[in-house]
Write a protein that binds this ligand. Structure first.
Ligand code: SF4
Length: 466
């Protein structure tokens, strides 16, 4: 029985986090195989929005080739007496949440990176037109955000039209990001938190500050402020900053408390401007990820759109898997492209003077924010393709990390990077675990939190029948 009687599939929060595998999908919309895709919300005057109207440009769901990926754009026009342009980014981010409420519909990422899948099962039950998608979204948006009085949808699958609208969307995202620059973390007494991605990463909490844009790149401090004002009980909330405990690493009393509360005690501290120690958690929809390369004591950065292997032989997916899921993983740091334009970018680790490699397309996007004397010292996939070549490149260009090699031998640098700054290397307690009382044959799962296991020797032998 559906939450909405005229919708052939169920709709509700229980479907958030539902994964649609490749083999289960009727169609894929956007995603890594499509260059052009976007979602965009714009605020209009009341008389320019036709409430409830759904326009489809290109083939509808039922006419899209089964099992294939397709270019896709979602353009939503909203109007309301209280609505301001500042709320566009926040309303836009809710598309992720509400589409995931639909049984058999999966939505990942944001802005120019969206990746959607509709399951065969939901399609066969009759969810076969974007008209239904518009109808569900209209009801959810209006009930959750009553500030929206009128809403109109345009779904685009026509390849040329998606491309044309994508260019326009990119321009608007850039304008939004630029608007949010200028303010510093020291100038405000409130940060904002977001737990929208907890359906996929239950312990993840984004701490959004003026100089640390959200991981997904879709929510600035200004967006956070606007969202918390119009929907104080929603997933975006105010964090009183509290005392600054470490201005270099970016540790704040209020941020620690917020992540502790919202992660239900799983995460107890967060350092906002470093990839070591207690780095900001990552959900999985970050735009890019910084990864420590111990061989050169520097950072590589890879974004979601980078195909192929990074300089240390790992792909974006492997690196993302190593850090996603709401964990704090030493040496990995999920981030937004906009954060790379911030003065606080990896501040405690050396900022840009510690970055040694990144994809050319990302370098182009943030070039104006890299200190001019470093631009040519940071390699891209066009300069080097492995770590040996990277070392040579860094020496030849006089990258500042080379100086660090003299201070610390490479093997030690690797060990140093893996060692937490505080506490013993291994802290495991079995106290209170009633092992003796467990029924015979019962499986026990032991989770070693924060433990580091050292393996001196590993022997792999084939299993033989006795
Ligand atoms: S990445 Fe962070 S800010 Fe963006 S939607 Fe997820 S939790 Fe919210």
């Amino acid at each position: 029985m559906s939450m909405f009687e005229d919708i052939p599939v169920d709709v509700g929060v229980i479907y958030e986090g539902e994964r649609i595998r490749y083999r289960q999908m009727q169609v894929e919309l956007g995603g890594p195989r499509e260059k052009y895709k976007f979602e965009l919300v714009r605020v209009f005057p009341m008389d320019e929005v036709e409430d409830g109207k759904v326009t489809i440009i290109g083939p509808d769901l039922k006419d899209l080739e089964e099992g294939k990926n397709h270019p896709f754009g979602i353009y939503i026009k909203v109007a309301g007496k209280e609505l301001e342009r500042d709320l566009e980014g926040v309303i836009e981010r809710r598309i992720h949440e509400y589409i995931n409420y639909i049984e058999g519909f999966m939505h990942l990422n944001q802005r120019y990176d969206i990746h959607l899948r509709l399951s065969k099962k939901s399609f066969q039950r009759g969810f076969n037109t974007f008209k239904l998608l518009g109808k569900v979204l209209e009801r959810l948006f209006k009930s959750e955000l009553p500030i929206i009085e009128k809403i109109e949808f345009i779904f685009v699958t026509d390849r040329e039209k998606v491309k044309e609208m994508y260019e326009e969307a990119m321009r608007i995202y850039q304008e939004r990001d630029a608007r949010a620059r200028g303010l510093t973390d020291e100038e405000v007494d409130t940060f904002y938190g977001c737990t929208l991605c907890q359906s996929f990463a239950p312990t993840h909490v984004c701490v959004i500050t003026p100089q640390r844009y959200a991981n997904c790149g879709a929510i600035s401090w200004f967006d956070g402020r606007a969202a918390a004002r119009v929907d104080p009980k929603g997933p975006i909330f105010a964090i009183p900053k509290g005392k600054c405990l470490d201005p270099v690493k970016g540790e704040y009393e209020g941020a620690n408390k917020a992540v502790r509360d919202k992660s239900l005690g799983e995460i107890t501290r967060v350092w906002l401007y470093t990839a070591f120690g207690y780095p900001h958690t990552s959900c999985g929809c970050f735009e890019g990820c910084a990864f420590y390369i111990p061989e050169v004591d520097g950072f590589g950065i890879v974004d979601r759109n980078f195909r192929g292997e990074t300089v240390n032989g790992l792909t974006f997916t492997t690196i993302a898997d190593a850090t996603a899921g709401g964990r704090q993983v030493d040496g990995f740091h999920g981030l937004s492209i906009e954060y790379m334009r911030s003065k606080k970018f990896l501040q405690a680790d050396g900022g840009w003077s510690r970055v040694v490699w990144l994809p050319k397309s990302v370098k182009e996007r943030v070039k104006d924010f890299i200190p001019p004397d470093l631009v040519d010292k940071i390699a891209t996939e066009e300069d080097v393709s492995n770590l040996d070549e990277l070392r040579e490149f860094l020496i030849a260009r006089g990258h500042p990390v080379v100086e660090r090699w003299k201070e610390m031998p490479a093997e030690e640098a690797a060990v140093e990077a893996e060692r937490p700054e505080e506490g013993p290397a291994l802290e495991v307690s079995m106290e209170g675990l009633p092992m003796a009382g467990l029924p015979a044959g019962m499986n026990v799962k032991i989770i070693l939190k924060g433990a580091r296991l050292k393996v001196k020797k590993m022997i792999i032998k084939p299993m033989r029948e006795k």
